[in-house]
Design a protein around this ligand. Structure first.
Ligand SMILES: NC(=O)c1ccc[n+]([C@@H]2O[C@H](COP(=O)([O-])OP(=O)(O)OC[C@H]3O[C@@H](n4cnc5c(N)ncnc54)[C@H](O)[C@@H]3O)[C@@H](O)[C@H]2O)c1
Length: 246
């Protein structure tokens, strides 16, 4: 199935956490739509595998090994990416620690929201220009259900608040939206999906399956695209109807 959301020729997209799961799927779909990709990840091996697949598609791409929580990494990465690809009008703020990692609350909040803000400001400072848009990967765990880990629900909810701020006060620079995935089959959820709790949740999802990374990537690319040019400030659940059954 060829999907084309009308990205103009020469469009470039920066994706964080592109070495695996949702970020990787966003990069591969964008590349098939003719969008140049600046792919970022803290894990060089995962990133290398994404780059190999982008090369096989024949995409224009550039990779940055960086920790989005590190200010110097972000500054260097943005400089490298824009020098390689030119103006980057789109940003997918996607990297974030898994909810299963036992992080200290204060540290996790700073890491999760601070990284998204840091990336957004560094990207915005380059002047992303015509058609500029940003999408953050939030979660149904932020605004619609509560996870066991306190920092995960709190930080994902905060991302939605940050997007509301941006959509209200920075719309002259770029549109801002959030995608809230439900249970999505990426490496971090493989074990959970097979657990008792995972199976119980799956039973309650009206579509009776987990999301694929492709489901989330396509929703993200739609919101980034000219097809969504009047959509600004939404939190879009992509959860197979799971939260309607809560
Ligand atoms: N999988 C799900 O069910 C689900 C549900 C809701 C939201 N999400 C969100 O989706 C996003 C992507 O998750 P995924 O499921 O694709 O996970 P994943 O583990 O498959 O991929 C995440 C990638 O981000 C990278 N990364 C992590 N921290 C980083 C950092 N500080 N700097 C740079 N790169 C970093 C990892 O190395 C990894 O390659 C996350 O923000 C996650 O919270 C996932």
């Amino acid at each position: 199935m060829a999907i084309d959301f009308g990205f103009p020729a020469g469009t470039a997209l920066l994706i964080t956490g592109a070495g695996s799961g949702i970020g990787k799927a966003t990069a591969l779909h964008a590349a098939r739509m003719g969008v140049a990709c600046s792919v970022w990840d803290i894990n060089p091996d995962g990133l290398g595998r994404t780059v190999a697949e982008l090369d096989a598609i024949g995409a224009r791409s550039h990779s940055v090994v960086a920790d989005v929580a590190d200010e110097e990494d972000v500054r260097r990465g943005i400089a490298e990416a824009t020098s390689e690809l030119g103006p980057i009008s789109l940003l997918h703020n996607n990297a974030g620690p898994p909810s299963s990692v036992p992080l200290a609350f204060d540290e996790a909040i700073v890491m999760s929201i601070g990284s998204v803000r840091r990336m957004t400001e560094a990207w915005a400072a380059t002047g992303p220009g015509e058609g500029a848009a940003m999408v953050v990967t939030s979660s149904v765990a932020g605004n619609l259900v509560g996870t066991e880990s306190d920092w995960y629900s709190a930080s994902k909810a905060a991302l939605a608040g940050y997007v509301r701020h941006l959509s209200a006060h920075r719309a002259h620079e770029f549109r801002s939206n959030a995608v809230a995935p439900g249970m999505t089959l990426t490496p971090r959820l493989e074990q959970f999906a097979a657990s008792d709790m995972g199976r119980r949740i799956l039973d309650r999802i009206p579509l009776h399956r987990m999301a694929s990374a492709d489901d989330i990537a396509l929703a993200t690319l739609f919101l980034l695209s000219p097809a969504a040019s009047y959509i600004n400030g939404v939190l879009l659940p992509v959860d197979g109807g799971w939260t309607t059954t809560q």
